[in-house]
Design a protein around this ligand. Structure first.
Ligand SMILES: C[C@H](O)[C@H](O)[C@H]1CNC2=NC(N)=NC(=O)C2=N1
Length: 97
């Protein structure tokens, strides 16, 4: 069983991951992304997929043309864990600026 995030880590979420928000009714975080077109969105998703494989931690996600929605939670923990924060930070690092 993987440990769920402790209270301190949860309190730090807004500072650590300002672009991500808690999901209503779930112990999960989510972020929306908008790209120039489908090709750019797909390229982003391809890079996230490689991150997920490398970290053995996978997103719940959807794509509509140039938009990608990503939700992170740890099935093996039954909620948020440090793995979600790590992947979220890695995803944010893919973006320019
Ligand atoms: C067997 C494999 O290592 C596990 O199922 C991994 C795969 N990717 C995962 N991804 C997520 N989001 N949560 C998990 O608990 C998880 N577990």
């Amino acid at each position: 069983m993987i440990a769920k995030l402790d209270a301190a880590a949860r309190a730090a979420l807004p500072a650590e991951l300002p672009e991500w928000h808690l999901v209503e009714g779930r112990d999960a975080i989510a972020r929306s992304f908008r790209f120039a077109d489908f090709s750019a969105a797909w390229g982003f998703m391809s890079r996230v997929a490689l991150l997920a494989e490398r970290q053995d931690h996978h997103p719940e996600w959807s794509n509509v043309w140039n938009r990608v929605e990503i939700t992170l939670s740890t099935h093996d923990a039954g909620g948020l864990s440090a793995r979600d924060l790590r992947l979220a930070k890695s995803i944010d690092a893919l973006l320019p600026g």
